[in-house]
Design a protein around this ligand. Structure first.
Ligand code: FES
Length: 111
């Protein structure tokens, strides 16, 4: 389990939006979902190399803008075609108003 790394202030990511962060060379999408929780996934669609952080947050999913696959932010699983492979999900901690991410995927996807 890797050490949590501070990414940003929670206020930097308004509810319903996502930001892109470079964490030790890994591109991460940090998402403030509609359920009020923060999530982090690899910032690359599993269908093609499109940053998911440029997509739409909808409920607990992040939608890729290119072909519309949605990824469940809790599991990384796509909920619709054309993507069929999950994306890595990273554990997020919100402490004292700051967002921390660990780079060990919680869903076992390391691709
Ligand atoms: S590139 Fe994301 S769904 Fe095709």
């Amino acid at each position: 389990m890797s050490e949590p790394i501070r990414i940003c202030a929670a206020d930097d990511v308004p509810k319903g939006t996502a930001i892109r962060a470079d964490v030790d060379g890994a591109e991460i999408a940090v998402v403030h979902a509609d359920d009020g929780n923060f999530y982090a996934v690899r910032d690359e669609c599993s269908h093609a190399a499109i940053p998911l952080s440029e997509g739409e947050v909808d409920g607990c999913t992040l939608e890729c803008w290119l072909h519309g696959s949605r990824f469940d932010l809790r599991t990384g699983e796509p909920t619709g075609l054309p993507a069929t492979e999950p994306v890595p999900v990273y554990p997020v901690d919100v402490r004292d108003g700051d967002v921390y991410v660990s780079l060990t995927p919680s869903n076992g996807v390391t691709r």
